[in-house]
Design a protein around this ligand. Structure first.
Ligand SMILES: Nc1ncnc2c1ncn2[C@@H]1O[C@H](COP(=O)(O)OP(=O)(O)OP(=O)(O)O)[C@@H](O)[C@H]1O
Ligand code: SF4
Ligand SMILES: [Mg+2]
Length: 376
């Protein structure tokens, strides 16, 4: 039985005032973020190439929203998460948290970012210090804040343990090796919440848990989000989980965003051939819907030397000449509203030159079928 959860105390709120920019201002904006890792080789250890792990990614996350991030292994999801958290330096681009550019002059200092944005990793065991008790682990962050006594930090820790469904009296004095995987991940979630963050980045946070524990932790995350006014970026390769927890979904392929939109639109009518293939890869509970053939042909191309034009073209069954010569634009993800569905594929772009692109007649038909609401 989950414990009743109360709102953060005024003391906690004082650490960082919430809703600086009001509810309409995005909680997080990532603008044209790039991270290329150099590859060195030879006797002189010279740079011979670079891995384009994150290559011009832009998106925003609204307050109270859960943005799911999906894509194959190696497409740059964890690198993106670390860049958002400033755990590594980006090559270029801008990160804006509730209206303040992080790490910039007159922007948000990194110390404030570390309180406002927290991360939960997949590996629940190595995320915890084996020499700290559960209570010490959770109390550590608050105890380092100016003006927070050790006693107060312990109170915060005990309160949070109850919030994540672990009885503080029972679990507070235990060490990580005395906990199950699900319990360890609950401690990690409590630790992430200990500084009363506004946004939490969850990188494969439930992937290591078995299905029944995974469901409990997902429900816990949803409850905490509602009760503590949180915003999530939820990274996972499990499309069922992303469907369950997300409001919007961002699909990454080889360091770039290829599709973004509301979860129901993406799952009901994916526009990008890569997203369609990913969704077809999902195991269906209905045996009649199961496919024998892998919908995605070939290995993901090497991010060291990504294909020209649309990076998906070597694997795309609809690729035409234009696909290897030009890169399809995604559209303005930063101006896109909660309901907008954007995709970086020539087939979705009128006049792109792809034979399956919509014609003027198709657009007129669509407009007639979905007339725009009249302005009054
Ligand atoms: N520190 C690093 N130095 C060099 N290359 C790196 C480094 N970190 C990541 N990479 C490379 O960047 C690419 C993206 O890696 P990343 O870990 O972000 O992928 P991912 O989408 O999180 O994959 P997974 O689903 O397997 O966790 C990969 O090709 C990876 O090998
Ligand atoms: S742009 Fe071309 S190659 Fe890329 S997904 Fe669309 S059809 Fe396929
Ligand atoms: Mg990863």
């Amino acid at each position: 039985m989950e414990q009743p959860v109360k709102k953060p105390e005024p003391h906690d709120r004082d650490l960082h005032p919430r809703d600086r920019g009001g509810p309409a201002q995005p909680m997080l904006i990532a603008r044209d973020i790039k991270k290329h890792f150099p590859i060195h080789a030879g006797l002189m250890n010279r740079q011979v190439a670079e891995v384009k792990a994150v290559d011009g990614v832009s998106f925003s996350v609204m307050k109270g929203e859960t943005l799911g991030v999906v894509g194959e292994s190696g497409c740059g999801k964890s690198t993106l998460a670390r860049l958002l958290m400033h755990l590594m330096d980006r090559d270029s681009g801008e990160i804006i948290l509730d209206g303040l550019a992080v790490g910039e002059y007159q922007g948000m200092p990194l110390g404030d970012l570390r309180r406002s944005m927290q991360m939960v990793f997949q590996d629940s065991y190595s995320s915890l210090n084996p020499r700290f008790t559960v209570e010490d682990s959770v109390a550590y962050g608050p105890s380092k804040q100016p003006g927070v006594s050790k006693k107060k930090a312990r109170e915060i820790a005990r309160d949070l343990l109850e919030k994540v469904g672990l009885r503080a009296k029972l679990f507070g004095a235990r060490y990580p090796h005395e906990l199950s995987g699900g319990q360890k991940q609950r401690v990690n979630i409590a630790r992430a919440l200990a500084l009363d963050p506004r946004i939490v980045i969850l990188d494969e946070a439930v992937s290591a848990l078995d299905k029944s524990v995974e469901a409990q932790v997902l429900n816990l995350l949803n409850e905490l989000k509602a009760q503590l006014d949180l915003t999530y970026v939820f990274i996972s390769h499990d499309l069922h989980v992303v469907h369950y927890i997300s409001d919007r979904v961002l699909v990454m392929y080889l360091g770039q965003v290829v599709e973004i939109g509301p979860v129901d639109k993406i799952y009901a009518s994916p526009q990008h051939p890569y997203t369609k293939a990913l969704l077809e890869c999902q195991l269906s509970m209905d045996p009649n819907e199961r496919v024998d053939q892998a919908p995605l042909a070939g290995d993901p191309p090497n991010p060291v030397n990504p294909p020209s034009g649309c990076r998906f073209h070597p694997r795309c069954p609809f690729a035409e000449d234009i696909c290897s010569s030009k890169m399809p634009a995604l559209g303005d993800t930063l101006r896109a509203g909660r309901d907008d569905h954007l995709t970086a594929c020539f087939m979705a772009q009128p006049g792109s030159g792809h034979s399956k692109a919509p014609t003027q007649a198709d657009l007129l038909k669509r407009a007639a079928a979905h007339p725009a609401p009249m302005e009054v």
